[in-house]
Design a protein around this ligand. Structure first.
Ligand SMILES: Cc1cc2nc3c(=O)[nH]c(=O)nc-3n(C[C@H](O)[C@H](O)[C@H](O)COP(=O)(O)OP(=O)(O)OC[C@H]3O[C@@H](n4cnc5c(N)ncnc54)[C@H](O)[C@@H]3O)c2cc1C
Length: 528
């Protein structure tokens, strides 16, 4: 089944059928129907806004959880926290829910929130272009054009799969697919399979694949730190209590939230504070693996936390099994039926699963957004580095809000907490625009510059920058443009109020008189 095809019981029923013409204009256009887009839509609706549309290229809501259908897919932040604060789910089966449950949760929340008639699915946003004279975005989609006063991109930080650049991979004759585009038609039972990568998806896939394949080669470039996964099924009594004891889920959620926040100093203050975690991760290896050579191969050579810390109870035990090989020699090429490593070994396989992650430091949507000065967001970021104000708004791109923008990612807690903080900020911005009758808002260059200078100064001393690894957190200049280097409650506090004084604005009334009125209000002349 293609990952984005409509599924039984999906949320699509209430969405506008693909092919129905788009309205000529909406106040707010949201790109993406994952946690970010759905959360934005529900909050907009709750605030009484009806003039909005959510567009997603997939045929269902869910984003990440619609697309990642690989065996073993599950969240790695407990579901009590990895869910909307306004939509607790008493039926989670266990602490770390599997993908089908998370997807079903998002479909249900979408259906029950009454916003689905604002969703246009199966529609790709191709071009988002600022029209300065009209102070609005002109948007080209695969279903036609629409203009919008405000665009909210919730197109995902981990949405576009990254394929590895390996010589000959396109000539491989067997099944070859990315973990985020799992080919469910490929029957891997009894086959020889290679998994390329040992990141968060791979360590969930490997134990599941090992149950069904004849032989599994796991290709590792860098050994990850893997902690035990404190997962368990909720009892019937717990589930009943979640349903009927008011506030109980909130207590679980709060306890998990604060437990996770205690990890922050280990990332941002001193790696020494993460020593207990490192000890636990090393014990995880010792318990599962007795072969000294394999132990050496799986022991990371960098500080814990530098790359994403993974959690699994079955990854190491599976690597120790006879029909599973961990290959650490670099891959030099792929032939029609084999993977060839630098030591000259050729390992024949029937299928290759690529689990090499996503485009993170170059967000694909950035190529499709053109701002005031005619440059795309990608061009702007290529020249100046990926940056935004408060991870959400960008100088030169008026009335554009990005959910999960630069430096909003987390190494320790739920992205839904970040998303909800950003959505609250967007809503306050819209309220403020209405209240002051503003046609446009964009962050002042100096405000954006100060925000990022402070972030980069804080990031300099974090384990992500100093821990001796190269990771997808860092861009090609070694700059960390993905992670938030402070507690999540600080993030929420920073975004609690739309801070109009950090913005250049255009009054709606001035629009008719001036086609370049934004500049007339940009009183602060500062370089970004
Ligand atoms: C396997 C996996 C496991 C994860 N587990 C966790 C976890 O346990 N905890 C956690 O906090 N985070 C986790 N994450 C991160 C996760 O991505 C976020 O938590 C969250 O789901 C992001 O939501 P989003 O709405 O921002 O993006 P997404 O869910 O990626 O949704 C983006 C949507 O935008 C659409 N889109 C993109 N471009 C266009 C376009 N041009 N036109 C139209 N539509 C477009 C896509 O089709 C997609 O539906 C995980 C990620 C992955 C990949």
């Amino acid at each position: 089944m293609p990952s984005s095809a409509p599924t039984a019981g999906n949320a699509r029923g209430g969405a506008r059928p693909t092919g129905r013409p788009l309205p000529a204009h909406v106040r707010v256009l949201v790109v993406g129907a994952g946690f970010g887009g759905l959360g934005t839509a529900i909050r907009l609706h709750g605030a009484g806004e009806r003039d909005f549309l959510v567009v997603d290229k997939g045929h269902d809501v869910g984003g990440t959880w619609r697309d990642n259908t690989y065996p073993g897919a599950a969240c790695d932040v407990p579901s009590q926290l990895y869910s909307f604060s306004f939509a607790p789910n008493p039926t989670w089966s266990r602490s770390f829910s599997p993908q089908p449950e998370i997807q079903a949760y998002l479909q249900r929340v979408a259906r029950e929130s009454g916003v689905l008639d604002r969703f246009v699915l199966g529609t790709t946003v191709l071009d988002i272009r600022w029209d300065d004279a009209r102070a609005r975005w002109e948007v080209e989609t695969s279903a036609g054009a629409v203009s919008a006063d405000v665009v909210v991109t919730a197109s995902g930080g981990l949405s576009e799969p990254r394929m590895p650049d390996i010589d000959g991979i396109e000539d491989f004759a067997g099944d070859l697919f990315h973990s985020a585009r799992w080919n469910h038609d490929a029957d891997l039972t009894g086959k020889r399979v290679a998994v390329i990568g040992t990141g968060a998806s791979a360590i969930q896939i490997v134990p599941e694949l090992a149950k069904q394949v004849a032989h599994l080669d796991v290709y590792q470039r860098t050994a990850p730190w893997v902690m035990p996964r404190r997962d368990r099924a909720y009892t019937r009594a717990e589930k009943l209590a979640f349903r009927f004891v008011p506030g109980l889920q909130k207590v679980y959620r709060t306890a998990i939230y604060w437990g996770r926040e205690t990890f922050v100093p280990g990332f941002t203050v001193s790696a020494k504070l993460a020593a207990p975690a490192k000890k636990m991760a090393l014990a995880n290896i010792d318990h599962a693996i007795s072969d000294p050579d394999l132990r050496r191969k799986v022991t990371p050579s960098f500080e814990i936390g530098c790359k994403r810390i993974l959690i699994s109870n079955d990854y190491y035990p599976v690597l120790a099994r006879d029909h599973v090989d961990l290959v650490t020699d670099p891959i030099v090429k792929v032939t029609g039926n084999a993977v060839v490593t630098a030591d000259g070994q050729e390992r024949e396989v029937d299928a290759i699963v690529v689990a090499t992650g996503f485009h993170t430091t170059e967000q694909p949507i950035a190529d499709h957004v053109t701002g005031r000065d005619g440059r795309t967001l990608a061009e702007t970021w290529r020249a100046d580095g990926m940056a935004a104000y408060k991870g959400t708004t960008i100088h030169g791109f008026p009335n554009l809000f990005q959910i999960v923008g630069p430096n909003t990612g987390l190494g320790h807690s739920s992205m839904v907490f970040i998303i909800e903080s950003q959505v609250a900020y967007v809503l306050d911005a819209l309220r403020t625009m209405r209240q002051h009758d503003l046609a446009t808002v964009q962050p002042r260059a100096d405000a954006q510059h100060r925000w990022n200078a402070d972030l980069q100064r804080r990031l300099e001393r974090t384990v992500w920058n100093t821990g001796g690894c190269s990771s997808w957190y860092l861009d090609s200049h070694g700059r960390n443009t993905t992670l938030w280097p402070r507690t999540t409650f600080t993030f929420r506090k920073q975004l609690a109020r739309f801070d109009l004084d950090a913005y250049v604005t255009t009054p709606r009334a001035g629009l008719a008189r001036s086609t370049d009125s934004t500049r007339t209000h940009d009183t602060k002349k500062v370089s970004a």
